[in-house]
Design a protein around this ligand. Sequence first.
Ligand code: ATP
Ligand code: FE2
Length: 343
Amino acid sequence: MIIGIETTAHTFGVGVVHNGKIFANVKDMYKPLSGGIIPNKSAEHHKLVADNVWNDALSKAGCSDSDITAIAVSNAPGLAPCLHAGLNFAKLKAKLLGVPLVPVNHCIAHLEIGQSVGASDPVLLYASGANTQIIAYTAASKSHRMPSSLKNREKLAGASSKYRVFGETLDLGVGNFIDTFGRHVGIPFPAGPALEGKAKNGKYIELPYSIKGMDVSFSGMQTKMKQLFDKGVSVEDLAFSMQETAFAMLVEASERALAHTGKTELVLGGGVACNSRLQEMCRLMCESRGVKMFCPAKEFLVDNGAMIAYTGELLFNSGIKKKPEDVEINARERTDMVDVSWK
Ligand code: ATP
Ligand code: FE2
């Protein structure tokens, strides 16, 4: 069995996977009493809950120490103190059990788990807290013209097989954008689910729709929403209009990526993909284009250990395994920096 440990931000999670099947997915989330995530506090939380979450996951999976082949750990990208907490725990366990470590990029795990539900070569809409990207796999032999509003994206469009970023946010991740607005109106982190509830009783008001080529931007909409709230516009109307506007931007960029790549599948990933209105808008777009849509269950959309174990197994089976002392954190590793050698 492969164990996956997730600790890049607010969630400490442990998942257990064997042959692509998920046997356990246990997590404990750090929730700040007020304000946003404080990285050191979140790391403290992870250290406190680590043993319990680990034991719980292994017992749920009926997995004993001797069943463990390798430990996958999300060593990138994320908040440095949280990454350190997870990696130190993973190293300790790997040394104790005498098994190798498999370093896994957190964003790529959000993508790979999406493909566990049946897609084979999709465009991926990755909409989470810190990240908002439209991604597609491109094999080394195919050369793709890249939309190139970001310099590093051009540089990274090299020869090897990669998850290429076709469009992304130019400022805030869509989840952070939603959470920051939530904080402004007194809804604690994570605000997405509560604002989705409020949106059900809201009506449409126009907000800045900002899409530049394939990229999106949320800061203008955020400023406008805060101003309107301070002038007395209801949270319900703002929540509804935010969903209609922000999600339409994501669906537009995803549709353009589908048109450009000619791919016929869309996979949703990341915590914001839990939102039923985003799912509905994606479904409508896919139906009108004759594209298949896939969306994993909610527990696999938000941060979780199962996606790390699932991706870790793919990497491990392709020969990627490391001595614990050879693995380090990489807080800023982008999705398109990783050589996808396991596909
Ligand atoms: P990243 O993957 O970029 O590091 P993250 O790990 O913080 O980000 P996830 O756990 O994937 O993010 O997702 C958390 C985000 O999802 C939060 O911003 C939360 O508000 C948002 N979210 C969760 N449920 C919903 C919902 N129903 N509607 C909108 N947003 C939601
Ligand atoms: Fe995440």
